[in-house]
Design a protein around this ligand. Sequence first.
Ligand SMILES: [Zn+2]
Length: 255
Amino acid sequence: MSLIDSHCHLTYDALAADPDGAWQRAREAGVEAAIVIGIDAATSPRVLEFVAGYPDLFAAVGIHPNEVGLAGSNDMARIAELASDPNVVAIGESGLDSYWDRAPLDRQRGFLEEHVELALELDKPLILHIRDQYPLAAEMLAPHAESGLRGVIHCFAGEGHEADPFIAWGWPISFSGILTFPQANNVREAARRTPLDQCLIETDAPWLTPRGHGKGPNEPAFVATTAARLAEVKEISLERLAEATTANARRVFGL
Ligand SMILES: [Zn+2]
């Protein structure tokens, strides 16, 4: 069995001290590839430097909605420059986040539009981080979806029905360790609504450690726990779930 972690932050926070060790443990746990995500212009070069050392690691570059308050006027130009790196398979993460409320929503919207333009220009998928703003995101993104934007809804955490517009556009929905949290019936409902060929799995490591791995930081090796829970929710075998999500990730990101 082989899995792909579609979203992790191997060079940040608790994983920054030894990303090589975390990736080695993931390989031993059957994770065959991962997308390592940048969250701003200043730290995305480190992501590119790290993934360049491994044939099975790929990158996304962008400015996280929680970081746009600190972003300078040239930072999107810098992201566009970094996006020409051959290991960059997606733009992001970008989006709207009113849960953490670290930047004014209007500023988040402006940066999201700029990420959309870049993704369309480079014909790469846009990785979307959305918290508490699924209806507004759907409204903003609908015209772009019509003109060919390919999006990935990372770490879905809304009400089940809030995934519907994105599913209708054919966009993949990525499920994180939240799927294993006892109270997350909304996320399990979204998983039931998402066709198997649009399901992705991710850790969002070092955050959102799945149940059963203690209180320590998350790491890509633990994506298997989320895969097992998603297989239960979809009422299919883990083997079939692994095969489908791995094929989906390869197709979506062109791996
Ligand atoms: Zn992330």
